[in-house]
Design a protein around this ligand. Sequence first.
Ligand code: SF4
Length: 228
Amino acid sequence: MKIAGMIKSSLIDFPGLVSCVLFVPGCNYNCFYCHNRSLIDGSYVITDPRMVIQFLEKRVGLLDGVVITGGEPTLRSGLMQYLAMIKAMGYKIKLDTNGSSPDVIKQILSEELCDYFAVDYKAPASRYKEICGNGANADVVLETIRLLQHHDIDFEVRTTVIPQLSEADLLTMAKELPLLNKYVLNRYRKPEKFIPSDIQRVSKTPYSSLELQHLASAIAHVQPNVKA
Ligand code: SF4
């Protein structure tokens, strides 16, 4: 298991809990607006995973949970053992995923290694590759989401509302998704690092908070549990 970075204490990454956030390198998608671009190729590793475990051992009772994010954590072969080690210390675990590995999620669910999942649904199915790169496939993401829904597990689906997504796109996405208990629309922020040829795409003016609220209202008849 490789760890690319760590936030020792966060109040915002795990709903209701004080958590440590671990960034796992490597991703099979290539979203043009990725905020962790240096993690995508998997070579950026700065933190010794044993040191992270030692840190978590010392923080038992002080932290509530651990967030595993990336990159895409489900690509890592040592993930199960690492989750099991963290779980054995008594921590709640949240996993952030792009939803591309339903088989890994199935295994995590069967071994009860996570308490909360956040899955990105990034675009209408027909635009997934345009926005997330050729490795992306919305059908597999929807399979992951349906899998979570069929288990008694807390999870959220979230969409970063990039300026390239229209109200019609969001409505299409709302209809493609099953009826969700938690659907979160997040504001887009321009990433610091991006592929130079994407300068125009990343520089488009983001929706304002008010516009985001309006978009949430526009899809609420399909996904009543949407929040912006
Ligand atoms: S799935 Fe996440 S980590 Fe991977 S490229 Fe997209 S935004 Fe970046």
